[in-house]
Design a protein around this ligand. Structure first.
Ligand SMILES: [Zn+2]
Length: 264
C-alpha cells in the first residue's frame, strides 16, 4: 500500500511538471528588448525605407526584421558579421515583401557575406578578373543559400546607391523563385490576368534598353528574371523617378508588391 502511494505521488508530480512545462513556454528571449533598441537605432540611421514609415509601419518593420534575423543564419566568410550587416540583410529581405500579409521566404536558410565581389567558385581573394559577382541566389547543391558582397550590401543603403541595391535585387530573385521558377513572373504574387501584360511591357522595355533608349540599367535586358530584379531595385531606391519616367512600369510594380513608395 505504501509503495502504491509513493508511485501515485511520483506520477502526479510528473504530470504536474509536464503541465507546467507545457503551459509555461518561455516567451521571447530576454535580450530581445535590448537588441530591438539597437536595431531601431541602426534602422533610423541607415534605412531610408524605414525612416519614411509611420509609427505603426516602423513597428511592423522592426518585428519582421527581428523574425528574419532569428530564423535565417547570416554568416561571414573572411569577415565578422556585425549588427549593421544583419539589419541591412534583413531590411533587404523585408522591403520587397512589406506589402504582403504573413509572407515568409521558404527557400532560404543561410545568407553568406563575402567582403567584396566574388567569382563563380565563391573565391573572393586574388587578382581575378572574373571577381565581379556582387550577389547570387544559390541553386542545386547551393539551394537555400544566398551569397552577398558586404561592400555591395552597404553601398545599396548609402547615399551613393543611385538606382541600385544588390541585396534587394537578390531577394526579388528569391521572391520570383517561390513559384519554382526564376523567370521574372512571380506567379504567387501576380494575378493570372497580369502575367501577359507584364511580359509584354517587360519585352518592350528590354528592347528600348538594348537600343540605348532607356535609363534602366543595361543588365535588365539580360533576361526576364534580371529585368524584374533590376527594375525592383529602381522601384525601391528611386520610386519618384521611376514613376515619372516609367509610369506604367511603376504601376505594375506597385500592384505586384502592393506598395506605393513614391507616395511615402
Ligand atoms: Zn540578378
Amino acid at each position: 500500500m505504501g509503495s502504491f502511494i509513493i508511485i501515485a505521488v511520483i506520477v502526479v508530480l510528473i504530470l504536474a511538471f509536464a503541465g507546467y512545462k507545457l503551459f509555461n513556454k518561455p516567451k521571447a528571449t530576454p535580450v530581445a528588448a535590448a537588441v530591438q533598441v539597437a536595431y531601431k537605432e541602426l534602422l533610423s540611421g541607415h534605412v531610408t525605407f524605414y525612416q519614411k514609415l509611420d509609427t505603426a509601419g516602423q513597428a511592423k518593420f522592426e518585428q519582421l526584421i527581428t523574425e528574419f534575423i532569428q530564423s535565417v543564419n547570416i554568416e561571414g566568410v573572411g569577415l565578422e558579421v556585425d549588427d549593421l550587416d544583419r539589419v541591412l540583410v534583413a531590411s533587404s529581405a523585408v522591403i520587397p515583401i512589406f506589402g504582403y500579409h504573413e509572407w515568409r521566404y521558404q527557400n532560404l536558410t543561410n545568407v553568406i557575406l563575402y567582403p567584396d565581389t566574388f567569382n563563380n567558385d565563391f573565391q573572393f581573394e586574388g587578382e581575378d578578373g572574373s571577381r565581379t559577382i556582387a550577389g547570387m541566389v544559390g541553386s542545386g547543391y547551393m539551394n537555400g543559400q544566398m551569397l552577398l558582397s558586404r561592400a555591395a550590401l552597404h553601398k545599396g543603403f548609402s547615399s551613393q546607391s543611385g538606382k541600385q541595391n544588390t541585396a534587394i535585387h537578390e531577394f526579388v530573385h528569391l521572391l520570383d523563385k517561390s513559384d519554382g521558377a526564376v523567370d521574372g513572373v512571380p506567379e504567387h504574387q501576380m494575378a493570372h490576368d497580369y502575367a501577359s501584360p507584364w511580359l509584354k511591357m517587360m519585352h518592350q522595355e528590354m528592347q528600348r534598353i538594348q537600343k540605348g533608349n532607356s535609363d534602366i540599367d543595361a543588365y535588365a535586358a539580360t533576361s526576364e528574371a534580371e529585368f524584374l530584379a533590376v527594375v525592383s531595385e529602381y522601384f525601391f531606391e528611386k520610386p519618384e523617378q521611376l514613376q515619372r519616367k516609367h509610369p506604367e512600369l511603376y504601376q505594375q510594380l506597385s500592384q505586384l508588391f502592393i506598395q506605393d513608395p513614391a507616395a511615402q
